[in-house]
Design a protein around this ligand. Sequence first.
Ligand code: PRX
Length: 628
Amino acid sequence: MTEDEVKMGTTVYVPHSSCRDFRWMGDYEAVYRESVKDPEKFWENIASELEWDKKWDKVLEWDYPDSRWFSGAKLNITKNCLDRHVNSSKKNKVALIWKGDDGCERLYTYRQLHREVMRFANGLKNLGVRKGDRVCFYMPFVPEHIVAILACARIGAVHTIVYAGFGSESLHQRILDSQAKIVITADVSIRRGKRIDLKSLVDDAIVNAPSVERVVVFRRTQPEIELYAEMEIDYYDLIKDESNICEPEEMDAEDPLFILYTSGTTGKPKGILHTCGGYMVGTYYTCRYIFDIKDSDVYWCTADPGWITGHSYVVYGPLAAGATVMFSETTPDYPDLGVWWEIVEDFGVTIMYTAPTAIRMFMKYGEEWPNRYNLESLRILGSVGEPLNPEAFEWFYRVIGKGKLPIVDTWWQTETGMHMITTIPGDPMKPGFAGRPVPGIIADVVDKDGKSLEPGISGKLVIRSPWPSMMRGVWNDRSRYEKYWNDVPGCYTTGDMAVKDKDGYIMITGRSDDIIIMSGHNIGSAEVESALVENEAVAEAAVIGVPDSLKGNVIKAYVILKEGFEASEKLENELKYHVRMTLGPISMPSEIKFVQSLPKTRSGKIMRRVLRAVETGADPGDLSTIED
Ligand code: PRX
């Protein structure tokens, strides 16, 4: 396969003859046409597959750039994720299967999960948590995490989950911005057999955060850490006397469900707000029709709940679709490189959804590891978070999919809530291309005025009309919300660059802003820069992503030192350590280069694109505004 073929979308993998049973196979074009001809009818039909306490008065109220979906409707998302199944033949079906870092396993049926969620919901109520209150999570990937998320939704509290790989300063910022009343955490998270102390990071993060009234601590190690009784309470003490019946709070379709922070182009992360009704419809829809989840599936998404993928495709979507959800704390290479494939074999995983960076890591170590296991149960493979490059596609298809399985390369964002562009299972696949817009979604590649570009011409990726699970705002920041809609007239701007081919397949070619996608995680250059300049030696910093064959990108920082400070390896390590401790290990630069000056515009803005061009040998583009 040549680069040109990939570029033009001429390399096509036709579905294997064994691909027969997917809900939409062969129908994509017809379904898509109908969906955009009458979108309200399309979404209403999907929404009608779910249970509502009261149906909507109107499917969509669209007042650019604000949408209200299913207005007037009443629901509780946990009724669709739990009660609906408990009241059906799925009552004793396995809802969750968990495998811990140490190899231990736990299972919950829908009935058990329902009871646990209601018990914890009562515990939260006892702590004084009410509808609309914010509850911040800083949790390892354990079943109690999912129980507590659903418990918040049960009582109408708004969860804001912070990935436990972030540092205490990042957590502090998010607690302040969301004004969280409760923090739920654990003594430790366990990664590759090592214990990482979460609780002391929370201790630091809640200093000068007066909104926090109580901290709930899930203690998983011995000897148990001591808790400060005035403020802290053990997870299981909180629920030991609670009833396992808790009626769900009746929520308006447009009531907030959660806030999830994502990196922006300034130093301050953005609290992306999602609401109950539309988000439920979008995540359910894509689980049912893109992942094609059926009753007999064991569905495994390898993401952590701290990211949007975990929210939409570990918790809400698959549970709303009544799936058996596998999830695991294990890293793909510990205790050895077979651990993920052992999970597939042991639990008979049928749908596996993971990230290109993990696939590339497996490629590096060879086929021998997956080939030791029986992967015959698999029927659909999925990828998310960054472009699935053709080499990784080919390896995933051949080694894991045995040349038979569909790969759904799903493009979407924290802001979109659900898959937006993907290949539908059973449709032809084009390596390097995510696929076509999901029915109901009008995605396009355009110039700066919003004019559609011809196939083969790169431009901005935009969405032209509202969809149910779109974000409803940026918490406390209206102007940042409006920015998404002001860039290209009439459109939601994704911040990604893309190119279409003649069949309408879309390839994502990179970001148009200063967000670095590393191992599928979204890292803002500005956030890392502000952490660096906190050090007394640093006068200025510029941070860029440099292409990396494993992680997609790695972080490189250019630093100008203040007068009187000398560049040294010791200082480089100190700066890296500082970023690691404040923002967390995922934001740590892999390289720091000390420089005398940085390319800037005449108004003093650092031109990161020039640095990127220097790094990659690419064309730096228009240099007319450069100062020096
Ligand atoms: O650049 C795109 C990339 O990840 C960004 C969204 O990041 P985040 O909000 O953290 O959500 C990640 C999980 C949905 C996008 O703007 N991205 C995500 N999926 C893909 C992708 N790039 C290429 N192909 C994908 N399938």
